[in-house]
Each structure stands twice: as structure tokens, then as C-alpha cells.
Design a protein around this ligand. Structure first.
Ligand code: MG
Length: 350
């Protein structure tokens, strides 16, 4: 049989600009978006991928489940507040939670570089177990591969996860409405700065711990309180800015945020200034945004403030009239357009 003509189509990424994959293609900014929008999404196009959500929401015998996957290549393996093991569990748990699902089962694939100290592997495995217990999920399938020395960098972990959806809400980027308020559950920038400080050996007066945490408990409280959630998104690679720009693009809506309502710890702000980062773009692993109708915000805030991971919850913006995009109002009354960053901000942050 002849090859399908599809395989003779031209590569959709302009080869004159990018003859090879760059680190920025994995950075969660413009180039990652280009790969997804121009290569992966059209090639595998279907109604589930089209939702552009943190995971797929799939029909199953009249019920719905959520399914997602995530690979973790963070360096260093251990950082203040977490390690690659806890991150691999929470990353997938959080993506399921963002779909409005109760995470249940994970798979665990380890790609190990020959020579990794057995004690290091043991520490990571113990951390995975602790994280699973905290998040209330089970590892139910796994795989182990070892690659030759110098062909990997210590350890990569992939987890996939399944969760059940136990409500009738339609939670996805396309479900946001004009007038929706946007709530964030805490301050920004801890994970990215914690990892970078560890990697570069930077010392600050205070220790900056990653915010790495499972969000399913807090999301479960919101769902049990019957809050009409329209969309949720965790603020990982690309940070708050990346998440909002993606949601605005998918929903074809305009989002306005007020930077004065966003908390960034003084030491994190200081580190960002030294390193040349904008905290809006720095990765978090325990922060998310929630879109909901204005008359539900007080109730949602009350639920969130009672939970340790929502103590700092605040309304930071809204969906309003305007061309698709994101605008941020600052301290001085000015406003700037927020776009996805181009180039690589922080490689191997998750
Ligand atoms: Mg996510």
C-alpha cells in the first residue's frame, strides 16, 4: 500500500526559522504554542483536543472521566519545597483537578540514566508515595527504562492520570463568559524562583520554597459548595500570563487583570528583579485561576479562605468586552498588553 498522502504534507513549522527544535519549543511560551497549534492539534484534531483544556474530558457509560499526561524533566531533582517525585504526582493530579475531576489513578514511567545513585531513586520513590497519599491517588501501572550514561540527565518521570467527574458543570476555557470574575488562590512565582535559586546556587536572606501542592482537595471543596465554576487552570510553565493568554485565545474573549491585586512576596519580587523575570510569567505548582459568575465570588472566596491552599485567594480580574487578549492594569494606573513570552524563560522547571 502507498503511504498516506498526509505524510507528504509540508512541515507546518517554517523550517527556515526553526530547522531544529529549540529549548524554547518546550518553554510554554509562543514557540510551544506554535508547535501545538500548527503541528499537533491539526494532525490529531478531534472534539476532545479542541477544548484546549488541562486534560481530556471523556464520556464513559453516561458518566464523564478526565484523562491527562505530563512528563517531568526538572533539574535539579531536589529543590526547596519539593522534588521531581512530588512534582510528577501533583502535576498530573492538578491537571485532573482543573478539569473538575476527582483524581483517582496514575501511571508512573521512569526513564533513568545509568549510574543514578540507587539512594537517589529510593528518595524519589518515597516522595512519590508520600505525594500519592497526600493527594489520595494510587499508582496502578508503571514502566522502567534505563538509558546509557550521558544520554539522559539523571531521571525523567512521566505520569498519566484518570479522574472521575461527579457534577454536571461544563468546565473548560470555552465556557468563560463576559462578566466572569477571576480568582487566584495565592501569591506568584515561588516554584520557578525556588528551582532557579537551587540550580544557580543563589542565596537569599529567606528560603524560598516551591508552592508545589495538590489542588484537588481545594477544588473538591469548591465543587461540594456548588460553585458554578466556568474554567480553572493551574499556573505552571508560562505562569499566570501564559495561562490567561491561552484561555483568552481559546475562548476568544478579552481578560483584564489588576496587577495591584496580585500578591508577589517581597523576596520573590527581589529575585525576579535580579534575574530579569516578570513574576506574571514565572511557573507555579500550587496556584490556579478560577473563572466564575460575579455573584458567586463571595461564596467561592469564603470556601477558599478556609483551606490552607486558598488562604491568599483574591479576585484579580474579569472577562470583559474587547478583542481576544489580556490586559494588565498596574500600580500607576497604566495598562499593558500581556502576551505569551517568546524565547526560553526557564528551561527544565517542571
Ligand atoms: Mg495545567
Amino acid at each position: 500500500m502507498q503511504h498516506s498522502p498526509d505524510f507528504q504534507l509540508q512541515c507546518p513549522i517554517p523550517l527556515s526559522d526553526y530547522p531544529r527544535v529549540t529549548l524554547a519549543h518546550g518553554g510554554g511560551g509562543k514557540l510551544t504554542h506554535q508547535l501545538i497549534a500548527e503541528m499537533f492539534a491539526p494532525m490529531f484534531d478531534n472534539e476532545f483536543l479542541r477544548a484546549r483544556h488541562d486534560g481530556a474530558v471523556l464520556p464513559m457509560d453516561g458518566e464523564r472521566i478526565a484523562f491527562t499526561t505530563d512528563s517531568h524533566v526538572i533539574q535539579p531533582l531536589f529543590f526547596p519545597g519539593g522534588d521531581i517525585g512530588s512534582l510528577a504526582v501533583y502535576g498530573t493530579v492538578n491537571d485532573l483537578a482543573m478539569c473538575g475531576a476527582r483524581p483517582l489513578y496514575l501511571s508512573l514511567s521512569l526513564i533513568i540514566e545509568e549510574g543514578l545513585p540507587m539512594q537517589t531513586l529510593w528518595k524519589v520513590v518515597q516522595s512519590i508515595k508520600t505525594a500519592c497519599e497526600r493527594a489520595g491517588v494510587k499508582i496502578v501501572a508503571g514502566d522502567t527504562k534505563v538509558i546509557e550514561r550521558q544520554n539522559g540527565d539523571e531521571l525523567f518521570i512521566n505520569t498519566s492520570g484518570v479522574g472521575v467527574i461527579e457534577h454536571n458543570l461544563d468546565i473548560r476555557p470555552g465556557a468563560i463568559h463576559i462578566g466572569d470574575r477571576i480568582i487566584i488562590n495565592g501569591d506568584l512565582g515561588l516554584h520557578g524562583i525556588a528551582v532557579l535559586a537551587q540550580r544557580q546556587g543563589l542565596e537569599f536572606e529567606t528560603t524560598i520554597d516551591s508552592d508545589c501542592a495538590p489542588l484537588n482537595g481545594l477544588v473538591g471543596e469548591l465543587l461540594r459548595a456548588d460553585i458554578s465554576i466556568h474554567c480553572m487552570r493551574d499556573l505552571t510553565r508560562g505562569g499566570l500570563a501564559g495561562a490567561l493568554v491561552e484561555i483568552a485565545g481559546t475562548a476568544k474573549k478579552h481578560i483584564s487583570i489588576d496587577e495591584t491585586k496580585i500578591t508577589v512576596r517581597e523576596d520573590v519580587q527581589g529575585a525576579c528583579e535580579i534575574l530579569g523575570f516578570d513574576p506574571l510569567f514565572v511557573a507555579n505548582e500550587g496556584r490556579f485561576v478560577l473563572f466564575l459568575p460575579p455573584d458567586e465570588t463571595e461564596k467561592a472566596l469564603a470556601v477558599m479562605h478556609k483551606h490552607p491552599l486558598g488562604a491568599g485567594a483574591a479576585v484579580i480580574g474579569l472577562v470583559d468586552e474587547g478583542a481576544p487578549g489580556v490586559a494588565a492594569r498596574n500600580d500607576f494606573g497604566g495598562s499593558r498588553v500581556v502576551e505569551m513570552f517568546s524565547g526560553e524563560q526557564l528551561p527544565r522547571i517542571c
